[in-house]
Design a protein around this ligand. Sequence first.
Ligand code: COA
Ligand code: AMP
Length: 625
Amino acid sequence: MATYEEIFRASTADPEGFWLRAAESIDWAVPPSRALDDSRPPFYRWFPDGELNICHNALDRHVDAGRGEQSALVYDSPVTGSQRTYTYSALRDEVAKFAGVLAGLGVAAGDRVVIYMPMVPEAAIAMLACARIGAVHSVVFGGFAPKELAVRIDDATPSVIVSASCGIEGKRVIEYKPLLEAAIELAAHKPGKRVVLQRPQAEAAMGPDDVDWAAAMADSEPAGCVTVKATDPLYILYTSGTTGKPKGVVRDTGGYAVALNWSMPNVYDVGAGETIFTGSDVGWVVGHSYIVYAPLLVGATSVLYEGKPVGTPDAGQYWRVVAEHGVKSLFTAPTAFRAIKKEDPKGELLAGYDLSSMKYLFLAGERLDPETHRWASDLLGIPVIDHWWQTETGWPIVANPAGIELLEIKPGSPTRPLPGWDVQVLDPSGAPVATGTDGAIVVKLPMPPGALPTLWNDDERFVSSYMAAFDGFYLTGDGGHLDDDGYVFVMGRTDDVINVAGHRLSTGGMEEVLAGHPDVAECAVIGVADPMKGQVPRGFVVLKAGVQREEDELRAELVQLVREQIGAVASLKDVAVVAGLPKTRSGKILRKTMRGIADGADEPVPSTIDDPAVLDALRPVLRRP
Ligand code: COA
Ligand code: AMP
């Protein structure tokens, strides 16, 4: 058995050979003759002459290999009190039928389909059905408000939208159909049909453009797999950037299939017949990669869970899921564990569940604080593996490769770079910093298969956002350092992106909403540390001259505005009216300084500050717990 060091070295010494060998585990319609097309940097293309269908690789090939009766997807929904298991055969049949529905609605290879759904198996079925016919899906997280959905509809210009009548948040039923209607009303692009899954908790009124999921499935002619180029887009996943306009991260097909297929046994130590439970949402990259595609590519069983880790009915649900479904690897965000710890600090709910199947806990999506790491490790007595990646990268950049060998765990570090990822830390001039010194975390180009080839319809923004800061490097947007053993320490974002309960959000987007209020002259939103959600946004507004408002009333209006325009998931609950915002002499708001003070740091006053008195006046508000 090769060691991590040997495997990593092989990937850097001969990337071409390394990834072509990894590609042999995929069923290709036309096998790739070479790994990388690097003729047009920074636009790299993996497996340029390969052709395949990822749905065939995720479903049909396992059925063809005689494993059709094995569980593929387990839907576990404490919020509806239901469970359903799909074998590989059953899932393949459902996906083929829904692919037939889409084809019947005129969806062809290359067309986009927006999926706006709660955590129901039909969301995964819709994704795989798109992949089956070569259509490009774009899943929009159900917690986003109509305006956010509308922006994505206008950018992706889908021919069809797939949705559901409602989602369930704890004990609340959230009707999706009115949100969908509002989004279509706001969008300039008008999609053709909308397929709606009726759920008994709240059935939707159907209009002339609506197609009932169940009725359409009953009439459907199953569709086969359409072969696409490895470089064809599989999906677009929008993610937060610096402004309110989200970035449409494009995922290719062949590179992604190879990378995910490699990561399952080598990182998550999960193979055919074993079970992974990823507690996330299909609206995020973690859900795309490790609820849907990766587990199915390797013939494993994936648990799709509808609910929160706490609340309905209690904070022992993750343990119940592990015990009932024989989960080997549990993957979620640290915030889920902080939520469980808050409800059940002694882990008393663990008793009564047989957790012997669980070998690892994987955590990602935000910084794993050492305290939560320790609590989870002590409670479970298994390796707790922090790992770091992003929507853009599609799979982990830095991890402890449990399936190869378990490296020493250093709390605070997601461990070491995986094969293909040449992670470096640079200072603003582009020079590498010494170990232990913080700087911009970058990846030397080309990145390995699976990483984004570009942004949807926006090569220019791809270059300006990620490739322009340091020539020849991808800018991750995270800051941090390396240590002498090559461990990576990710300390936080260096831009206006924040992570709230593992959800990636843009403070810039929230500022745009607050600035749209008629009484607001200027504003700032910063992410501050929160014991449960990791970070939460705090807003600061300066009113227009002459405006007199009762502060509580105005705050309620502003909070509501952000809920309406971005969604409840923004979690902006705290907005303060202040006399002024600290700025540099050139007029730039000193958000980093504000953040530092709010987090309790002894933040030095920058020499570029315009008026130190403004900052002094703000200090008590920033320090308020
Ligand atoms: N549809 C509609 N509303 C949603 C939603 C969805 N899919 N997801 C979240 N929301 C709402 C919540 O109901 C909440 O509304 P409220 O302000 O009216 O109470 C708001 O958005 C904020 O949600 P969240 O930040 O998730 O807070 P929470 O208190 O509801 O739950 C956790 C906190 C930690 C339990 C939950 O975020 C969690 O389980 N996170 C870990 C797993 C995860 O999803 N990771 C993502 C990436 S790996
Ligand atoms: P997303 O694109 O939603 O997956 O969010 C990616 C961002 O989450 C990264 O750029 C980091 O800021 C943060 N992140 C993800 N995983 C980790 C981790 N293990 N440690 C620290 N930050 C993380």
